[in-house]
Design a protein around this ligand. Structure first.
Ligand code: URA
Length: 265
């Protein structure tokens, strides 16, 4: 995505936006080897090479968004001082330094996002944005309707009451049950502690969804890049991008349709 040169310079910490404009006007800024003095010139901060007074500006890292099917037995951290396996051991051929968005326990499997987009990470992990996380939890015993209702209303954990949750009993075996639990908080071992609290400890835990994202088509230990449309939708969900209002959307779609018709001609 192209951005104004003075904005790129300011974001890279060169100087204030106003001072960067002065540097440009004074002919101190080069883009791909050529002096640029025109304010408002747009550049690609990932691809274009920028120099200020002869010094190269560090290249901005491309934002990368990965959806991983984390298996049991991997830590959701970048490094482990005890040298145990981490989810980073599963990520191959990705040059950018990504990190997990939130955590799944060592003994939990399922959907884990990894990115180098700090703004999105912050927004997705902030309880204020209430992004739903869906878990499938196998628990010991068969919880009664009353116990399930307790989970739905919120239970009192040692770090405070949990927010209301959506809970369904999906399956019953002799001495086990499968629950679907949807929460938007992300406290440490929250689902395990909630189930423990009602007297039905978790024996296996799987995160199946994060908002609209699912693991469809992914094998355990595999990952894929999110599509542009998914990234946009995720940013809207996390509250860092506005949904186009209907009028603008119709206009944009109209333009896209016009352009594609022209291209087809
Ligand atoms: N809740 C848990 O108890 N564990 C997880 O890994 C995620 C949610």
């Amino acid at each position: 995505m192209e951005e104004r040169l003075q904005k790129v310079l300011a974001q890279a910490g060169v100087a204030s936006r106003r001072a960067c404009e002065e540097l440009i006007k004074e002919g101190k800024v080069k883009v791909n080897g050529k002096v640029v003095t025109q304010l408002g010139t747009k550049i690609n901060p990932v691809k274009d090479k920028v120099e200020v007074a002869g010094k190269k500006l560090a290249a901005r890292e491309e934002k990368v968004y990965l959806l991983l099917y984390k298996p049991v037995g991997y830590l959701s951290s970048v490094k482990d001082p005890k040298k145990r396996r981490t989810v980073m051991d599963l990520i191959k051929d990705v040059n950018e330094r990504v990190y997990p968005v939130g955590r799944l326990d060592h003994d939990t499997e399922g959907l884990l996002l990894l990115t180098n987009d700090g703004e999105l990470t912050y927004a997705l992990t902030h309880p204020k944005h209430e992004v739903d996380k869906t878990y499938l939890a196998w628990v010991e015993g068969i919880p009664s309707a009353q116990k399930l209702e307790e989970l739905r209303q919120g239970v009192n954990l040692e770090d405070g009451p949990t927010a209301p949750a959506r809970v369904k009993l999906l399956d019953k075996q002799q001495d086990h049950a499968l629950l679907e639990i949807v929460i938007h908080e992300g406290r440490n071992r929250q689902v395990r502690r909630m189930c423990e609290h009602i007297g039905h400890p978790v024996t296996a835990l799987h995160r199946s969804r994060l908002g609209f994202l699912t693991l469809e088509g992914l094998g355990k230990g595999k990952y894929r890049y999110l599509a542009g449309k998914e990234i946009k939708q995720l940013k809207i969900l996390a509250g860092i991008m506005k949904e186009q209002d209907k009028k603008t959307r119709r206009k944009t779609e109209g333009n896209v349709e016009k352009i594609s018709r022209n291209v087809r001609k």
